[in-house]
Design a protein around this ligand. Structure first.
Ligand SMILES: [Zn+2]
Length: 581
């Protein structure tokens, strides 16, 4: 097919200078030529090019306008971008893609103004959702005329045949309908579980609201999503990524069931994204993959599997992050270690021997030290030149551990938006001294390490605008606080862009094929209405993504979309969130 296209185009162009040049270099014509844009390649070998061309899904040429147009054939699409800006396709180095999709498959009842509206929204959603359970999130009775918990009656009447579970905005209560309660075996006789409460009427009958640990009585009955549910969910998540200029993500924690749904979409050509998937730390799963070996650029360059994801500790918001000294606002509590260090060492050694990478979630300074210690021991046992072991979040670091990343070659994989989300309470948890080692991007960069940037969506928004803005401003979307929160730790614009492109690609062992605009790499790029290298920081959040291209093909055309993800961030306090992420 490719050969035929080549012959046709040469015949049509015979005698023209372009054809002569193309023939002279025996180069088939380009599929796409991009001109007229400010192009940031993120590759010093190709600074400020005038144009580039794409062929067979890869960048073919990057440089002058004449050089790019030399590859023009009769079927070449020339894209004159008239002053827009082009960046390499953006990479989210830590995004729970499947969970984003599952969130997008739930009914959003955020900001409903009455219990009637809550029921109406759920019922309308149930009419279009093929899923066996209707799940939703976001109601808050404090916004209603009568500020009392809702009861299940109207919901059960509106949706009698399918179970419904609608979470309160803070994740501390759920409203279930009669069908859900029937499935869960809830009756008047059901007693409150430890740490939970079943709300009851005057006669002792459950009203449908389950508080704190009592929520598990309902949520434990929600089945794992089916293959078809996963396929539908991932399709939505991919669209959400493309909408923000993302062309690749690293998904921390998945298994073969979840991957099967993505592979189906890849085979159908609907997966306009590249996934660097990390495996859950489950014995059978990792045994199988360590035996069969790393998967690189499979299914047409859409899937990588060569990493194991573990957890060292919990989250800072819920005081689960493991700290070296007690929480400043909770004396006596030093957080939780969730995986023994010996297990981390063991898995890391096995991974290194099999050519796999390890990424461990670590938030607190104690959690981070444990991971560095485990990595150091594993590297002593299995000396590995190019291991790229990663710490996910690296959120609170003891000053003496900061230089260890560079020394050991460990990559901090951080989420700049966690800083803006956490800043209202981070200092209360940590105190004025310890907070200096939190979200310490500059301190880390000063030691020579690269930082891979990401969002941790669905905990945060998928928005790349927010990620970039937080990195350069350390301010929230309303540009608060003035001057930024501990602004000395900001990234430069160049660093922020690299953290979302080539450094993320490096952290994913993908820098040879992704992360910059250079000949031979996958032709992933994003078109935007302003230049992030020069636009005022306050204008970054208004950026309009006008086009996202994956392998040279348009994946998002800039038009507004109806389905948008709303982050459900609960400071790590939600049991559902803990289970899923
Ligand atoms: Zn995460």
């Amino acid at each position: 097919m490719r050969r035929k296209t080549f012959l046709t185009s040469v015949a049509a162009l015979a005698g023209t200078p372009a054809a002569a040049r193309a023939l002279g270099e025996s180069q088939p014509p380009a599929d796409v030529i991009v001109t007229g844009a400010t192009i940031h390649t993120v590759d010093d070998a190709f600074p400020a090019p005038q144009a580039f061309s794409v062929r067979d899904g890869r960048f073919a040429y990057v440089g002058t306008l004449d050089g790019a147009l030399a590859l023009r054939g009769p079927k070449t699409h020339v894209l004159d971008l008239r002053g827009k800006t082009v960046l390499p396709g953006l990479i989210d180095a830590h995004q729970h893609l499947t969970s984003v999709g599952l969130d997008l498959s739930e009914v959003d009842v955020f900001k409903v103004r009455s219990p009637e509206e809550l029921v109406a929204r759920a019922a309308a959603f149930a009419r279009i959702s093929p899923d066996p359970w209707i799940l939703g999130d976001g109601w808050d009775q404090n916004l209603w005329p009568v500020k009392a918990f809702p009861t299940h009656d109207a919901l059960s009447a509106a949706i009698p045949d399918r179970p419904v579970a609608l979470s309160r905005v803070d994740g501390h209560a759920v409203l279930a309908n009669a069908k859900a309660m029937e499935i869960a075996g809830i009756t008047k006789a059901t007693s409150d579980p430890p740490g939970g409460r079943i709300v009851r009427d005057a006669d002792g009958n459950p009203t449908g609201v389950f508080v704190d640990n009592a929520q598990d009585l309902i949520y434990d009955k929600v089945p794992e999503p089916t293959h078809d549910q996963l396929v539908r969910a991932v399709r939505k998540a991919v669209a959400e990524c493309n909408r923000f200029g993302l062309t690749a993500v690293a998904e921390p924690g998945t298994d073969d069931t979840r991957l099967a749904a993505q592979i189906e979409l890849m085979q159908r050509g609907e997966f306009t994204l590249r996934n660097y998937a990390m495996l859950w730390d489950e014995a059978d799963l990792i045994d199988r993959h360590l035996r069969s070996g790393p998967i690189e650029a499979a299914h047409g360059g859409h899937l990588w599997v060569r990493t194991i994801k573990m957890f060292a500790d919990g989250a800072l918001g819920s005081r689960g992050a493991a700290l070296l000294a007690p929480y400043s606002d909770d004396p006596g509590n030093t957080g939780l270690v969730v995986t023994p260090q010996t297990h981390m060492e063991d898995v890391t050694e096995r991974a290194l021997r099999a050519g796999f990478q390890v990424c461990v979630h670590a938030i607190g300074d104690r959690g981070n030290r444990m991971v560095l210690d485990a990595y150091e021991a594993a590297l002593r046992a299995v000396p590995t030149h190019d291991h790229r072991l990663r710490t996910e979040h690296a959120q609170v670091l003891s000053p003496q551990d900061i230089p260890r990343f560079a020394r050991l070659g460990v990559i901090p994989s951080m989420q700049t938006t966690h800083q803006i989300s956490d800043m209202p309470w981070a200092q209360a948890r940590l105190g004025p001294q310890r907070v200096l080692g939190a979200y310490a991007w500059r301190s880390l960069r000063n030691t020579g390490v690269i930082i891979a940037n990401g969002t941790d969506a669905p905990v945060e928004s998928v928005s790349t605008l927010r990620t970039f803005h937080a990195a350069i401003a350390r301010q929230n979307e309303r540009n608060e606080p003035p001057g930024g929160w501990y602004p000395d730790q900001r990234m430069t614009r160049e660093e922020a862009l690299k953290s979302m492109t080539i450094w993320a690609a490096h952290a994913n062992f993908q820098e040879r094929v992704l992360g910059s605009i250079a000949p031979g790499k996958y032709a992933d790029f994003v078109v935007m209405d302003r230049d992030w290298m020069t636009a005022p920081a306050q204008a970054i959040m208004e950026t309009k993504i006008e086009g996202t291209y994956v392998g040279g093909r348009i994946a998002y055309d800039g038009r507004p979309v109806a389905l948008q993800h709303r982050p459900r961030r609960r400071s790590g306090c939600c049991t559902r969130a803990t289970r899923r992420f």
